[in-house]
Design a protein around this ligand. Structure first.
Ligand code: SR1
Length: 348
């Protein structure tokens, strides 16, 4: 009996010690304000990226760390300079957000060499030390392209709005190519799109011209919500809502409001909540600084959202949508015990 009690006691102590060890906040976070994480972004325009940044800032606030943010507005040379500046400042981690691998890779390697942790969002990096966050863009491309093909029973004349050179857009494009191969009556009658800094307005102008050139078009597939906004405005202003159905990627409150408005041709979108993605990016960077080993691929699962679903469920904004589709809420990726403990500690 005495032996049994001793064994139970040892087990209990081990259990308590292991829980304590798991939740032990790394020394580096004794004064979390001294942990500096840089967020270097290629693109900042539009409601997706505004919401993403708000999410990143909220996570930094909860962790009590310092978030330094810089946006290159599409200028790759500027993005490289921003990386150099943050490396020179000896930040603890850098989140590299979009951008091209060729110019950025040397700077990523330099950062790693100097002990700076690196995580990317929407940038493919051939280095096992660098976790990549993405919204599972192959799945996004598949879900939205398939929705279009099935809704149109395999026959549509599609204006495709997308551009190459951005990792998420390239991945989505792969799936569109497969859907066209599978459904031969799905025709791409025109392709347009550019990322300009005023992408929605410029897409609207492009779309006005394409609609005149291709009067047979009856669908739009837009691989970014900024593209979709421009296309929807052009269609509605031309009074052609009944001729078109618009399919897109991303979802924000602004998108929801455009989808539910009367006569909106915007019928479906596939996306995640970029607020949760921004939070994940900062959490992942902090976890690396705290010594965690993360998986190479951190995929946030996207969801299909239709106009019909929004209207039926009286959804008017992202808060309503997350309540109706909880899978869109906080990501369950990268939650080591000590991060939870740090957040709790900061609440006191
Ligand atoms: C210019 S790239 C735009 C895309 O980046 C993010 O992946 C968003 O989903 C957006 O569609």
């Amino acid at each position: 009996m005495r032996r049994f009690r001793a064994v139970v006691l040892v087990l209990l102590v081990a259990l308590v010690l292991s829980a304590f060890a798991q939740a032990q906040i790394p020394k580096k976070f004794d004064n979390p304000k001294n942990v500096r994480i840089a967020l270097v972004r290629e693109v900042g325009e539009g409601s997706f990226f505004e919401r993403y940044l708000a999410g990143a800032q909220s996570m930094a606030r909860e962790l009590g760390i310092t978030l330094l943010e810089a946006t290159a507005n599409g200028d790759m040379a500027r993005m490289v300079t921003m990386m150099e500046n943050f490396i020179a400042q000896k930040v603890d981690a850098i989140i590299v957000d979009h951008g091209r691998p060729d110019p950025l890779m040397p700077k990523i390697l330099e950062a790693l060499d100097k002990g700076i942790k690196v995580v990317t969002f929407d940038l493919v990096v051939a280095d096992d030390r660098v976790p990549e966050i993405e919204q599972d863009d192959l799945l996004i491309g598949y879900l939205i392209s398939k929705q279009l093909a099935v809704d149109f029973a395999g026959k549509a004349n599609v204006i495709y709005v997308n551009v190459g050179g951005f990792a998420p857009l390239d991945k989505r494009d792969r799936m569109w190519q497969i859907i066209k191969w599978r459904f031969e009556g799905i025709k791409e009658v025109a392709k347009t799109g550019a990322v300009t800094g005023s992408t929605a307005a410029d897409t609207q102008t492009r779309m006005e011209a394409v609609m005149k050139e291709k009067p047979e078009a009856n669908a739009v597939l837009a691989m970014w919500d900024e593209f979709a906004k421009g296309a929807v405005r052009a269609i509605m202003q031309a009074g052609k809502s009944s001729q078109f159905r618009v399919y897109s990627v991303d979802v924000t409150t602004e998108d929801i409001q455009m989808m539910i408005q009367e006569n909106s041709p915007w019928v479906a979108t596939v996306g995640t909540d970029s607020y949760a993605v921004g939070r994940l990016a900062v959490r992942a960077a902090a976890a690396l600084v705290g010594g965690e080993k993360l998986p190479k691929y951190l995929l946030v699962e996207p969801q299909l959202v239709t106009r019909e679903f929004l209207i039926q469920n009286n959804i008017k904004n992202m808060d309503d949508l997350v309540k109706a589709l909880p899978g869109l809420g906080e990501s369950n990726l990268v939650w080591p015990e000590w991060i939870k403990a740090l957040i709790e500690k900061n609440k006191k």
